[in-house]
Design a binder for this molecule. Structure first.
Ligand SMILES: C[S@@+](CC[C@H](N)C(=O)[O-])C[C@H]1O[C@@H](n2cnc3c(N)ncnc32)[C@H](O)[C@@H]1O
Ligand SMILES: [Zn+2]
Length: 401
């Protein structure tokens, strides 16, 4: 086994040995914990994305339990994600860790050997689109395809689906939150063919735009895709969809796409199906309002799956400690409730000091409404209660405190 000095000599740049999950791997030294551009390194690595990798691994172990699957990590960087899949799960019999960069390819081979998983993790040095587009045309498809670019996954998603076997899952990360959450609206329209909307819950709308983009792209290929695990954290959004064949099921998924309108005055949230017109005037207070979409209006996450993932994470809390809080929140959240009321916005509207979200959630459920937290904002309340009821509960709690 080569040491760090030999590895650096072979690769032609400095490396450091890092540890993540149960894997060890070489990466270029990271200049400073914050404020560096990972893409400026000879090979990309971002330690902040550990929860993204943790949850991918826990997801694969839970979803494919009892099966042997083929995985393609189409944009693999150092290969740490693929190596962790091989080391921390028993489901993968073959993992293609691909990267267009020659530096990344050479490093993946070294890192796979370093962990003793060179027989499972096979390095590949191709353009992700070329690799995936060949699947089904002389190349076997995969049970799990991972797309994790720096920026938007939009240009890889269609071929990602081409790489998917029947019953497979496609997981995609987007780090262009400024486009998805509405700061760069034209970028969002160009990449995702969707109009973003600035609201206090724009990040959720961004997550739903990404999920909707995956559903639309699959439908074009005659595939039905369903989001089964989605989250927004730090600088990125991540969606896993399961993929099935069938034009009718693809159409059925498209019926769950639509528009969201939001009133900044009374905080009302409106949803409309894709075939309907989104409202442009608030039905409650008459304010002119704007809309975003088309986006995914269905559930973002399968609760049963999340509870399996969560229990696996708690079986080994030291390995997955950075992800426990996020998984706890995902397990409590009801994403059939679209958008949320941030307590700060409520307090501002009612000219009062904020009340803790848990108290409002309790107050709403006591009177028969659905209400949960959201993983996206610790001060957010998802509910099916109309704004007037939320205001009443909020006021009542203000008087009490
Ligand atoms: C965000 S990094 C991947 C990080 C990795 N998945 C992880 O979890 O650490 C994105 C990688 O995509 C690679 N890349 C960029 N364009 C590509 C393309 N067209 N095909 C394959 N790889 C590409 C870059 O070289 C970079 O290593
Ligand atoms: Zn209104």
């Amino acid at each position: 086994m080569m040491g760090g000095v030999e590895v650096a000599k072979k690769l032609g740049y400095e490396v450091e040995l890092r540890f993540e999950g149960k894997a060890k791997f070489y990466s270029p030294p990271l200049p400073s914990p914050k404020g560096y551009a990972p893409s400026s390194l000879p090979v990309f690595f971002n330690p902040v994305s550990k929860p993204n990798r943790d949850i991918t691994i826990l997801f694969l172990a839970a979803y494919f339990e009892g099966r042997k699957i083929r995985v393609c990590e189409a944009l693999a960087g150092t290969g740490v994600r693929s190596i962790r899949i091989a080391v921390e799960t028993v489901v993968a019999e073959e993992i293609i860790a691909n990267d267009v960069s020659r530096n990344a390819y050479e490093l993946i081979k070294i890192n796979a050997e370093l962990n003793g998983v060179g027989d499972i993790v096979r390095a590949s040095n191709a353009d992700a689109n070329e690799l995936l587009a060949m699947c089904g045309r002389g190349r076997p498809r995969y049970d799990y395809v991972d797309i994790d670019p720096a920026g938007s996954p939009a240009k890889f998603v269609e071929n990602g689906f081409r790489g998917c076997n029947r019953g497979a899952v496609l997981g995609a990360t987007a780090t262009d939150m400024s486009a998805l959450a509405g700061a760069k609206a034209e970028s969002c329209m160009r990449k995702y063919s969707a109009k973003p909307l600035k609201t206090p819950f724009s990040k959720e709308l961004g997550l739903r735009i990404l999920a909707g983009f995956m559903v639309k792209t699959a439908a074009r290929l005659g595939l039905a895709s369903t989001p089964i695990l989605s989250f927004q954290k730090d600088h990125y959004a991540r969606v896993f969809v399961k993929v099935e064949r069938g034009i009718n099921s693809a159409k059925e998924k498209l019926r769950r796409m639509g528009w969201i309108s939001y009133c900044p005055k009374c905080l009302a949230i409106y949803t409309r199906k894709w075939v309907e017109e989104p409202p442009t005037t608030c039905e409650i207070c008459g304010t002119r309002i704007d809309y975003g979409g088309p986006l995914w209006l269905g559930e973002l996450t399968d609760k049963e799956l999340v509870s399996k993932i969560l229990s696996r994470a708690y079986d080994d809390p030291s390995t997955y400690k950075e992800s426990l809080k996020l998984l706890d929140a995902l397990a409590k959240e009801d994403t059939s409730l679209i958008g949320y009321f941030p307590v700060n916005a409520l307090a501002e509207k009612l000219r009062s000091s904020p009340v803790g979200p848990s108290k409002i959630i309790e107050g709403l459920t006591e009177i028969g409404y659905k209400a949960t937290i959201t993983h996206i904002d610790p001060g957010g309340i998802r509910t099916d209660a109309p704004p007037k009821v939320v205001d009443e509960v909020f006021r009542r709690l203000c008087v009490k405190t």
